[in-house]
Design a protein around this ligand. Structure first.
Ligand code: NAD
Length: 260
């Protein structure tokens, strides 16, 4: 369903972003992948995606917290593919710490990557999408864009912001064939979650082994992590023809968390 489309997926060297890049390419899109990591590993990933899907996969290492780099990755995608039809703002980081000791530099970094990067990227693609009267923008937010948990001040603020931004973009794009939605995963087992186990344990004052059961899966009635593939499947659906009337929504993939 996405044959002939060109996509950018930010933060796609790992976790959810990599799953989304793989799915969009499998459905026919050329994909620009992005993110940090070991150069040899990234090139291997790029090669595997290209071989698996037979699509053009290009890597750009833009640091999405830098507005100039965000413009540069969009320019790079246009040079490579001639256009950008699909933008998935997925790059994100987490920081878990009580407010009293929450480092202001961490606040700035989380806001820059999880919120401002999405604005800058949308701004860089929007005029072109309007001109071509077609565009799909998917922002990977979180259930933490709709509700809060303690010790995640910056992340929860940024993700709520992403959902607000999603609604504005949906309104401005609505008459121009541009749909913009936010996806709100609960816990998905990725390096981002693995890395927060230690800080969750410290902030809650419980052992590390207890975090998965008593902090993470406690929130999800299904008692299992959502999967990268489930989030990727919804993203691809939102980019496809059946989703043209879905815009401005924040769609949970949360195992029932928000039903509590
Ligand atoms: P991850 O750590 O596995 O992947 C994050 C990706 O972003 C990596 O490719 C990393 O290199 C990249 N990245 C980080 N900083 C960057 C920067 N400055 N510029 C460019 N790329 C950068 O994490 P994940 O769990 O796959 O998270 C992806 C998105 O999903 C994030 O926005 C996260 O907030 C969101 N999310 C994750 C979960 C979860 O449980 N894992 C739940 C809800 C939402």
């Amino acid at each position: 369903p996405l044959a002939g489309k060109a996509a950018i997926v930010t933060g796609s060297t790992s976790g959810i972003g990599l799953g989304i890049a793989r799915r969009l390419a499998a459905q026919g899109a050329a994909v620009m992948i992005n993110g940090f990591g070991n150069a040899i590993e990234i090139e291997k990933t790029r090669g595997v995606l290209a071989a698996e899907t037979g699509r053009e996969i290009v890597y750009d290492g833009a640091d999405m917290s830098q507005p100039a780099a965000v413009q540069a990755i969009v320019d790079h995608a246009r040079r490579s593919f001639g256009k950008v039809d699909i933008l998935v703002n997925n790059a994100g980081i987490q920081h878990v710490e009580p407010i009293e000791s929450f480092a202001p530099a961490k606040w700035d970094a989380v806001l820059a990557i999880n919120l401002s990067a999405a604005f800058h990227a949308i701004q860089a693609v929007f005029a072109d999408m309007k001109e071509r009267q077609w565009g799909r923008i998917v922002n990977v937010a979180s259930v933490h864009g709709l509700i809060a948990s303690p010790f995640k001040a910056a992340y929860v603020a940024a993700k709520h912001g992403v959902i607000g931004l999603t609604k504005v973009v949906a309104l401005e794009g609505a008459e121009h064939g541009i749909a913009c939605n936010a996806i709100c995963p609960g816990y998905v087992w990725t390096p981002l979650v693995e890395k927060q186990l230690e800080d969750q344990a410290r902030s809650h004052g419980i052992p590390r082994e207890q975090v998965i059961r008593d902090v993470l899966l406690k929130q999800q009635p299904t008692k299992r992590f959502a999967t990268v593939e489930e989030v990727a499947g919804l993203t691809a659906f939102l980019c496809g023809p059946d989703a043209a009337s879905i815009t401005g929504s924040a769609l949970p993939v949360d195992g029932g968390w928000l039903a509590h």
